[in-house]
Design a protein around this ligand. Sequence first.
Ligand SMILES: Nc1ncnc2c1ncn2[C@@H]1O[C@H](COP(=O)(O)OP(=O)(O)OP(=O)(O)O)[C@@H](O)[C@H]1O
Ligand SMILES: [Mg+2]
Length: 296
Amino acid sequence: MSLLTLSEVTRTVIPPDQPALTILSGVDLAIEPGDHVSIVGRSGSGKSTLLNMLGLLDLPTSGEITFDDRPVKAYSAAKRDRLRGAAIGFVFQQFNLLPGRTALENVTMPLLYSTGRTFWRRKRIAAEMLELVGLGHRLSSMPDRLSGGEQQRVAIARSLVRGPRLILADEPTGALDLDTGQSVMELIDEVAVRTGAAQVTITHDPTIARRARRHFRLDRGVLTPVDDPSLEPLTRRDRREMAPDAEPPATTGSRDTDADSDVDARADAALESLGLREPSTAPHGAPPIGTERTES
Ligand SMILES: Nc1ncnc2c1ncn2[C@@H]1O[C@H](COP(=O)(O)OP(=O)(O)OP(=O)(O)O)[C@@H](O)[C@H]1O
Ligand SMILES: [Mg+2]
């Protein structure tokens, strides 16, 4: 059983006074529970448009999307909204935290739509989630008092607090330096493994893409599998977005390079500093600490 499938998905828009523009064409993709997929592609290739399809925010012009093997076009907009809220977590480049609300209030927000015990325990659940991302000591901090990496961790806590089955990330490290970006991705991986959630990560950064199990490239709306994103030629923007002192990823050779172990060592160190390095005792598929998964 697939979690989410796209079959022959096309998305066409008709801008005012302009000819129709096909943004996605013939996209086939099946996401299984616990899957980890990366999608790279240059600016304007249709990545965010595709993510909006995966997140049930937009429907395709033609083709079919299924969630839990049921076609989503049969659902009303309200039902799609409920399904999205219960099952999908989004992480964006811009953290989109509510200014003037504390970290705790930001993470509590998605739980306001829950019912019963989860609703009444929402503050405790949100606090435990912030603890899990290493921010237990910043519950009452306002977003503008947090660093970029801390703000992204609050945003991650917010997107994971309902125990989503699918985590969709659009350039999650785009606004972070390399090390912070790696530690943020390590954190998402850790939570996804604990909860059995599937991940789809859109990125310009081959070192981030390489963390996934399956890799795809989007080129002018056409999605194709690639063996290893680090073997793909870097775009000019890829290069620009890498720190000036960063070594570009190896363009040849196996995955077990020194550069790889460097990245792994940095990620390990970051994870240790977040207090998340201990081996997880939660069984695969269990909800994260303190959350109750809503079955849809
Ligand atoms: N509603 C729309 N109307 C007209 N054009 C659109 C619309 N949505 C997207 N586009 C165009 O479709 C193309 C793909 O957009 P999209 O945002 O998916 O690209 P992207 O790959 O995410 O780019 P980036 O890496 O810069 O974020 C772009 O040329 C964009 O201008
Ligand atoms: Mg985009």
